[in-house]
Design a protein around this ligand. Structure first.
Ligand SMILES: Cc1cc2nc3c(=O)[nH]c(=O)nc-3n(C[C@H](O)[C@H](O)[C@H](O)COP(=O)(O)OP(=O)(O)OC[C@H]3O[C@@H](n4cnc5c(N)ncnc54)[C@H](O)[C@@H]3O)c2cc1C
Length: 379
């Protein structure tokens, strides 16, 4: 998602771009098949896709607006409800299946004259010097470029080959994802309940469905994966306090281990990292892809400025400008997500009480709620 986005932005400017992907974006699927991987995209990310002319394709393939947010705690009566209308917007964002976003971007890339795509091929290695970077692919092809952008996800090979360290920790939690049909309407609301082992998010999906991200300790998630479909749906209805009634499972269930990971260094000679390659965060507020898209916008802007002035787009001056502009925001969001995870996972008896009081106070302050809403919109 992040790599294809920056490629689109730069190729639109006329910069010659080659996109290398180990995978092959899915092009066809039955309408009633749903991707288990979805992202809640902020209004800022939607506006980016609109400016690239890909949002129309995403809309045609299917997305669902998020207009409200309802958050509640398993302990006490604290709750938080936020409506985008109160902040003067029709929606906070949209929930889109990842393969839809990738396909829309991919179709755009194929139309751009200054972009070449290399699919189902791995980057094997690269060497950089003052004149350029030579990239070796698994099919024997060699590409020579001015700059290598590593948007290769949290296990980034480019980061490893560069010797850039990554720091962080495993959460000893897994996120179970599934698509379900709720008995009651989702009301275009992102529902989130904080449970003792982690948050349960119920995101509105196209066709009246719900995409769930249910975070629990690894053993609990493994047990939930093994439940029969009907027992799983019962457990889900109980965990969500029947807010949306009963559920019917649509398709498979899958689990992802969760970790926090970040790199203090974003760039080296003729190489720069973006997206999950430099920051992987807890999915509890659905910010990972949105953060990566912000990296893409910032990097595309600094590269474009250098390109327009006829300067070297891969100079350390240019790349460090991107690093400086993004590092603060990335670290702040990571710290907030980690803080939330700890606040809602704390064992201390007083913490849930404080949490409940805090949530009620926030719920009574329109000013703070509007700030949260703007944050959820990525504005
Ligand atoms: C359960 C869960 C729920 C989430 N929900 C949300 C959400 O609601 N909102 C949100 O914003 N974020 C969400 N996220 C986070 C989001 O999924 C990631 O932040 C996002 O996918 C990162 O995008 P990326 O393009 O940086 O990396 P990736 O999506 O990991 O893409 C990396 C790409 O690099 C390619 N690649 C890797 N190695 C090589 C190689 N050697 N050669 C060639 N190609 C290579 C891969 O094929 C892939 O296409 C969630 C994450 C999880 C786990």
């Amino acid at each position: 998602m992040v790599g294809a986005t920056i490629a689109c932005m730069l190729a639109e400017k006329g910069v010659t771009v080659a996109v290398i992907d180990a995978g092959d974006p899915m092009k066809n699927w039955a309408k009633e098949e749903y991707d288990l991987r979805v992202s809640a995209l902020t209004l800022a990310s939607i506006n980016l896709f609109k400016s690239l002319g890909v949002w129309e394709s995403i809309e045609a393939l299917g997305e669902e607006a998020v207009q409200k947010m309802f958050v509640w705690d398993h302990f006490g009566s604290g709750e938080l409800d936020i409506d985008s209308a109160d902040a003067g917007e029709i929606q906070m964002g949209s929930v889109v299946e990842n393969r839809i976003t990738v396909l829309a971007l991919w179709e755009k890339l194929l139309q751009l004259k200054s972009c070449d795509v290399f699919i189902s091929v791995q980057l094997e290695g690269f060497e950089a010097d003052d004149d350029g970077v030579t990239i070796k692919l698994s099919d024997g092809v060699t590409i020579v470029a001015s700059l290598l952008v590593g948007a290769d996800g949290s296990n980034s090979k480019i980061r490893r080959l560069s010797g850039i360290d990554d720091y962080g920790w495993e959460y000893k939690q897994k996120a179970l994802v599934a698509t379900v049909r709720p008995e009651k309407s989702h009301q275009n609301t992102a529902w989130q309940r904080f449970l003792p082992e982690g948050p349960l998010a119920l995101l509105p999906l196209r066709d009246g469905l719900i995409s769930i991200v249910w975070t629990s300790f690894t053993e609990t998630t493994e047990a939930n994966l093994k439940l029969s479909d009907s027992n799983f749906c019962e457990a889900l209805a109980e965990a969500s306090e029947q807010q949306l009634g009963d559920f019917e499972l649509v398709g498979a269930r899958r689990a992802f281990p969760l970790k926090l990971q970040f790199s203090p260094e974003y760039t080296q000679q003729r190489m720069v990292l973006i997206g999950d390659a430099i920051h992987t965060i807890h999915p509890l507020a659905g910010q990972g892809a949105n953060l990566g898209l912000k990296d893409a916008v910032t990097l595309a802007n600094v590269i474009s400025q250098a390109y327009d002035k006829g300067r070297d787009i891969a100079s350390q001056q240019v790349l460090r400008r991107y690093e400086r502009q993004r590092k603060g925001d990335n670290l702040l969001i990571m710290a907030i997500m980690d803080g939330f995870k700890r606040l809602y996972g704390a064992d201390d008896a007083l913490v849930p009480i404080a949490r409940n009081i805090g949530m009620s106070l926030v719920n009574n302050s329109m000013l703070i709620k509007n700030q949260i809403c703007k944050y959820a919109m990525g504005l």
